[in-house]
Design a protein around this ligand. Structure first.
Ligand SMILES: Nc1nc2c(c(=O)[nH]1)N[C@H]1C(S)=C(S)[C@@H](COP(=O)(O)O)O[C@H]1N2
Ligand SMILES: [Mo]
Length: 396
């Protein structure tokens, strides 16, 4: 493990001061104020969309996704529920492994780093990514589609750490939490749980590196959970506690927050009440056109080149289809190299579109055979946005 002096110097600035907005960006939201301030005032971050300063909610400007399958660390989105420390000394950081285990442990990062390493690309996506695009509008953090990113994560298996402590028979789930803490009296600490078999699947990772360098502070330095294929609410940052439970986790963040309708794509009709809800979990396939922005005016031509990024959710991308006529006809896109089943995959192709207003679409299908629905799914919390996104353009 490295110690990070320059890192501590960076964190001395930025976070305490309210971020000063310099420019703004149009998120193209239907109704309401569509613009958001852009900021460069956060440590280890370049230009980001400012959703909230403290605790920070920073969105990746959509343009960044043009650059390739990997989202650079300095443009990677940020989401915190509670204040967190900015003066972490990695030599002193400890991870407690407690609860239903034979040997409770307090592990240094050096001890964790001695375990076998694993490394893979995976999309980290907030369950509320795209929330601000829903119609009817819903309450909550007003993300457009920039509350996601793909990185190569490197660390150790959660399974190996659990094995060090020796999980006792009868374990039900593993609860993790980090260094951030609520300020309001009685507010519940942010903690999330995975079923014991999921926690021990050999893929769930304690990551200390992101795209080849230590995690940025705002993305969870010095250690975070990576739960590939699942929404990032489970990807607990600044991780300092792993607790094995012999009963289901009845905590606030598992039983009250991050619940979505127990329907395919978490879809309910607006106004529906009394539907069953389950914790958000695995992600759905999605595709995003990145080379043409909404509102673009494109010169008339027989075929318009289209490029973008697709994700499979909890399995790889099987295919992407493109439409230039609002979904009446589809043609397969070509896929870029497979960089791992949990990461972004590039796609490219061309669509025909008639002069006038046109809606360009990309629709992903994953290896499990799940395709994005044509009608946008909806729920009152704005979770699991999964429907085909349309880019409205003018062909002139
Ligand atoms: N400790 C801690 N971990 C956390 C959170 C948090 O508030 N505290 N928020 C979660 C949520 S809801 C999201 S969307 C992701 C965001 O990860 P990022 O900030 O690295 O993009 O962190 C997750 N892990
Ligand atoms: Mo989130």
């Amino acid at each position: 493990m490295t110690t990070r002096r320059q890192f501590l110097a960076l964190t001395a600035t930025g976070l305490a001061a309210p971020a000063l907005a310099q420019k703004s960006v149009d998120l193209g939201l239907a109704g309401g104020a569509p613009t958001r301030a852009l900021t460069r005032d956060f440590p280890q971050k370049g230009e980001m969309i400012l959703q909230r300063s403290n605790p920070p909610l920073l969105e990746t400007p959509f343009d960044v996704f043009k650059t390739g399958t990997i989202t650079p660390n300095d443009r990677f989105f940020v989401r915190w529920h509670y204040p967190f420390p900015t003066d972490i000394d990695p030599r002193r950081h400890r991870v407690a492994v407690t609860g239903h285990v034979a040997r409770p442990l307090s592990l240094s990062l050096a001890a964790i780093a001695r375990l076998p390493r694993i490394r893979y690309a995976a999309v980290n996506q907030c369950a509320g990514n795209g929330r601000a695009l829903f119609s009817p509008r819903v309450a909550g953090a007003g993300w457009a589609n920039g509350a996601m990113g793909n990185a190569v994560w490197e660390g150790v298996r959660l399974k190996d750490v659990l094995d060090l402590a020796g999980v006792k028979p009868g374990a039900v789930c593993v609860r993790v939490s980090g260094l951030d803490a609520p300020t309001a009296e009685g507010a519940p600490d942010f903690a999330k749980s995975l079923a014991i078999d999921h926690a021990r699947d050999g893929e769930v990772m304690l990551a200390f590196a992101m795209n080849g360098v230590a995690l940025p502070l705002l993305n969870g330095f010095p250690l975070r959970l990576v739960v590939p294929g699942w929404y990032s609410t489970y990807w607990v940052k600044m991780l300092d506690s792993i607790e094995v439970l012999d009963r289901p986790d009845d905590g606030y963040w598992m039983t009250r927050a991050y619940l979505a309708p127990a329907t395919p794509f978490a879809d309910v009709a607006p106004g529906t009440a009394g539907f069953a809800r389950v914790p958000v979990a695995a992600m759905s396939p999605r595709a995003f056109i990145t080379n043409i922005a909404a509102g673009a005016r494109l010169p008339r031509r027989s075929l318009h080149p289209v490029q973008g990024l697709a994700m499979g959710g909890d399995s790889g991308v099987r295919g992407v289809e493109l439409s230039g006529d609002g979904g009446r006809s589809w043609a397969p896109a070509q896929l870029g190299p497979d960089e791992g089943r949990y990461g972004f995959r590039r796609f490219m192709g061309a669509v025909a579109a008639a002069p006038g207003s046109a809606r360009l679409m990309a629709r992903a299908t994953n290896m499990a055979g799940v395709s994005q629905p044509m009608r946008q799914n909806w729920n009152p919390s704005g979770y699991n946005r999964a429907g085909v996104e349309a880019v409205a353009v003018e062909i002139i």
